[in-house]
Design a protein around this ligand. Structure first.
Ligand code: MN
Length: 199
């Protein structure tokens, strides 16, 4: 069965009052994410990978000779994870179990914000910033291009896409403003708590 593009968890205009426009979703979800899924299907059609789960394809293709498949599989997965990492009226201080763990593992919410902003701003070129569980401990990480925590045996809890296509329509070159808006208005801590509980 072909890989599917998961539906957005909210209306494409739902984040417009919170700093991410419907126009961005029209391109980022409707063109960029859709193209990764279409390419993945083209590249895996009639191969043994076509019947694997998306996560399995990601783990099986993380090697130089299969990088084209890996990139499209990981970008398919990363974007779905990113849409779920945001919600209308999100952002601000965390709640629940993740809040306590940020205090104990990362030294509190202010330290987390500082680390996350730094990771997202200093990923040179295209990539992703993440909050992950690494051997039971929270960590803030960044990855280049399509790379993600699944290939490093880490459990992803939240992500931010810092490819230029993620922010150029709304923020042009101002990546730091895009990162700040994500932290202040978009982060879906419920999703992070679900991922933490399932880990
Ligand atoms: Mn993207």
């Amino acid at each position: 069965m072909a890989f599917q593009q998961e539906p957005l968890p909210y209306d494409p205009g739902a984040l417009e009052p919170h700093g991410m426009s419907a126009k961005t979703f029209e391109f980022h979800y409707g063109k960029h994410h859709a193209a990764y899924v279409a390419n993945l299907n083209k590249l895996t059609q009639d191969t043994e990978l076509a019947d694997k789960s998306l996560e399995e394809v990601i783990r099986l293709t993380f090697e130089p000779s299969k990088m084209n498949i890996f990139n499209n599989a990981a970008q398919t997965w990363n974007h779905t994870f990113f849409w779920n990492s945001m919600k209308p009226n999100g952002g601000g201080a965390p709640t629940g179990a993740i809040a306590a763990k940020i205090d104990s593992d990362l030294g509190g919410y202010d330290k987390f914000k500082e680390e996350f902003k730094n990771a997202a701003a200093t990923q040179f070129g295209s990539g992703w910033a993440w909050l992950v569980l690494d051997n039971g401990t929270l960590k803030v990480t960044k990855t280049p291009n399509a790379e993600n925590p699944l290939v490093h045996n880490q459990v992803p809890l939240l992500t931010l896409d810092v490819w230029e296509h993620a922010y150029y329509l709304d923020y042009q070159n101002r990546r730091p403003d895009f990162i700040q808006n994500y932290l202040d208005q978009l982060v879906n801590w419920d999703f992070a708590n679900q991922n933490l509980a399932a880990a």
